[in-house]
Design a protein around this ligand. Structure first.
Ligand code: SF4
Length: 426
């Protein structure tokens, strides 16, 4: 790894072989519908039709409401509140909503029918409905389905399910000439920065999901997949099944993570070491410098992660190694070693927990009294009332935090609640 200014940290083998505390109990996490909030901003010509209840409509609207300035590109077909005579009626109702929507919005190129938990929806075969509607609107709009149900998905798994549903639609290429596919929703500003860096490295790159759902990147035996988000295991497997090769890598959080991530791509494309060093030198240096002031504020502070966004492991790695924080516990909703394999050895040894038994975990947190607790909205308020400082994990997914130029912004998200606490204490 380049970047001489990074502290050398002996992680003693990291967390690759630490025993994982597995818990299966009551969970406090958002469902996969939440992903619509960032997916609809990314794919400008896609529409997300949640087939669900008023609760689902409320969740998506309140999570996304503040960010909608144009006509929304999501809606909810509410099936759960009518006295439905049978499945035929459900399908008719869905067909009617889709027909009205497509008549009103001819700009939609891809329509996702998103499943949810109400029992009426579970009984409805959305895959068959999507196929039936696709035949009806063939050539005009692509209609796909996935589940964002809280029974099947947590918070960020919604994006994984959505992208997996798109994988069969990617055009096939036979060429074995290597090309890079960066997978995972990135803020446009971050995508532009990475596109410039890959251009400097001479690596041909496409991003998935693309900004327009109608312009899907091709896939074939030459495709090298580099995940930008650590929660896309199912998508990665679907891409591998279509002939792509997964490049295992740490994730581009912080200067170290971004350097490692770009290096993974550079190695796969045999980029000359000098070219690599000169391409990243200036932005990496900028990132390191900007990080310094946050390191001073975060160093030595103890942090506890509840499982929520699936970003916990790479973020904990960044905060421990680049900001000097001490890890009390790192919880993750599920541990997928296919996508986390390159991160675990870098994570300083700590309590690593998978899944959740929320009461037990709260007890551990209360006993440890960390300086900062990263958790979902539902846990934040009670913990704050008990005098613990918290950080909402949802913000970490909504903010542009990848890459060199965002490393300091990422650190600031953790420094801010600590600062507030010290101001209050004065
Ligand atoms: Fe809808 Fe289920 Fe999510 Fe609640 S948990 S918002 S019912 S999909």
């Amino acid at each position: 790894m380049s970047g001489a200014a990074l502290p050398v940290i002996d992680v003693n083998g990291g967390c690759a072989d630490v025993p994982v505390l597995k818990e299966r109990g009551q969970r406090e996490v958002f469902c996969g519908l939440t992903g619509i909030v960032w997916l609809h901003r990314k794919m400008q010509d896609a529409f997300f039709l949640v087939v669900g209840s008023r609760t689902c409509a409320h969740l998506v609207q309140s999570a996304a409401g503040v960010m909608i300035f144009a006509e929304p590109r999501f809606a909810t077909a509410i099936l759960g509140e009518r006295d439905l005579a049978g499945m035929a009626d459900c399908n008719e109702e869905l067909d009617r909503v889709v027909k009205e929507l497509l008549a009103r919005r001819p700009d939609i190129s891809t329509l996702f029918l998103v499943g949810s938990c109400p029992s009426e929806v579970i009984k409805l075969d959305l895959h068959r409905a999507a196929q039936r509607l696709s035949r009806q609107y063939v050539g005009a709009v692509r209609i796909l389905n996935y589940s964002g149900s809280g029974i099947e998905t947590t918070f960020t798994q919604g994006e994984d399910a959505c992208l997996k549903a798109l994988v069969p639609e990617l055009p096939a290429v036979e060429s074995t000439t290597p090309s890079l596919m960066v997978v995972g929703t990135l803020a446009d500003v971050v995508e532009d920065q990475f596109a410039r860096l890959f251009a400097e490295l001479g690596i041909p790159v496409r991003f998935f999901p693309p900004r327009r759902a109608s312009q899907l990147p091709p896939i074939g035996p030459g495709t090298r997949v580099l995940l930008a988000q650590p929660f896309l295991g199912e998508t990665a497997r679907a891409l591998i099944a279509r002939g792509a090769t997964l490049l295992e890598s740490p994730y581009p959080f912080g200067v170290e993570g971004t350097t490692a991530w770009l290096r993974t791509a550079a190695d796969a494309f045999a980029v000359d070491a000098n070219r690599f060093a000169s391409a990243i030198a200036a932005p990496a240096q900028r990132g390191r410098q900007a990080l310094e002031r946050y390191r001073a504020r975060l160093e030595g502070k103890r942090i506890f992660f509840f499982p929520d966004s699936q970003l916990e492991i790479p973020l904990a790695r960044f905060l421990a190694r680049e900001c000097g924080m001490q890890l009390v516990e790192v919880g993750t909703p599920y541990l997928d070693r296919v996508v986390m394999g390159a991160e675990l050895p870098l994570l300083p040894r700590t309590v690593l927990s998978e899944g959740q038994d929320v009461e037990k975990q709260l007890d551990r947190c209360r006993e440890a009294r960390p300086d900062l607790t990263v958790c979902g909205l539902g846990l934040a308020n009670p913990l704050e009332r008990e005098g613990l400082r918290t950080k909402w994990s949802i913000e970490l997914v909504f903010s542009p935090v990848h890459g060199f130029d965002q490393a300091a912004d990422l650190a600031e998200l953790f420094a801010r609640p600590l600062e507030r606490a010290s101001l209050l204490a004065v």
